[in-house]
Design a protein around this ligand. Structure first.
Ligand code: ADP
Ligand code: MG
Length: 265
């Protein structure tokens, strides 16, 4: 496949097993992700949905280089990355940024948020100091915060504001691809809508490719082009968002939809 036709990011047969949690450990391992192949095209937003424990976070973490798979490969624009090596995962972590679910836990409480956003500018991009300060101010404005917020510590921010900071930090690395793991689940509904609007704006401005993990089908429907439905570590259904969510083939997907509507009603 020519590199230009290749997915921006692709999981090829990824598998991850975990030892059982709990007092006695041992026992049969849990296969959190079971031979999953999944690609996202350039400029596309892919949703990954499924009930809690279905493997969404695990597949996302493997696709961004935060977690080594037991089996399978990850390819970036058609080029395979050695994700079993520390070095390969580091390359991936630079090119594909990750936004965490819990904004409060994603920041070092002893560092200003300016320092947090600046870290990738130093570590990954090696930008000089004066340029960094300017860039931090620019990034804060792009996510709807003020440049003078840079001097504040995480505790001074609300959850929604901190999630904006998380997005600014992800963008600082100038990634082409951003993966977000339940980025609005911890937020109030009105704040969720603001963050989703921000993601839409940034996607338009930057042509970002996005992977959006969520158990909330309404949120996925509002943002994603395509959706993959996970159950017990596997993808059981995949396709254009509108099609899958309007006429799901699988009973499991229908049940997820019914549950979402039940909550909304
Ligand atoms: N670090 C871990 N250690 C042991 N088991 C884990 C770990 N992370 C995830 N799991 C297990 O793997 C499965 C998938 O988890 P996860 O990917 O977090 O699902 P989801 O994000 O869809 O809720 C679950 O059974 C979960 O308990
Ligand atoms: Mg999860």
């Amino acid at each position: 496949m020519a590199a230009s036709d290749a997915p921006a990011l692709e999981a090829r047969g990824l598998t991850k097993r975990f030892g059982r949690r709990g007092l006695f450990g041992g026992g049969a391992p849990v296969t959190a992700v079971d031979r999953v192949t999944l690609g996202v095209s350039r400029g596309e937003t892919l949703g990954i949905v499924g009930e809690s424990g279905s493997g969404k976070s695990t597949i996302a973490r493997m696709m961004v280089g935060l977690l080594a798979p037991d089996e399978g490969e990850v390819a970036l624009a058609g080029a395979e990355i050695d994700v079993r090596s520390h070095k390969g995962r580091k390359v991936l972590r630079h090119r594909v940024q990750f936004v965490f679910q819990d904004p409060a836990g994603a920041f070092n409480p002893r560092r200003t948020i300016g320092e947090a956003i600046e870290a990738p500018l130093i570590g990954l991009l090696g930008r000089p100091r004066a340029e960094r300060r300017e860039r931090v101010a620019e990034l804060l404005e792009q996510v709807g915060l003020r440049p003078d917020h840079a001097a504040r510590f995480p505790h001074a921010f609300s959850g929604g504001q901190l999630q904006r900071v998380g997005i600014a930090r992800a963008l600082a690395a100038e990634p082409g691809i951003v993966a977000l793991d339940e980025p609005v689940s911890a937020l109030d509904v009105s704040v969720q809508a603001q963050i989703l609007a921000l993601l839409r704006k940034l996607r338009e401005e930057r042509g970002l490719t996005m992977i959006f993990v969520s158990h909330d089908l309404a949120v996925v429907e509002a943002l994603c082009d395509r959706v993959a439905v996970m159950r017990r570590g596997r993808i059981i259904e995949e396709g254009p968002c509108r099609e899958v969510l309007s006429k799901p083939c699988e009973g499991y997907t229908r049940a997820l939809l019914d549950a979402a509507r039940g909550v909304a009603a």
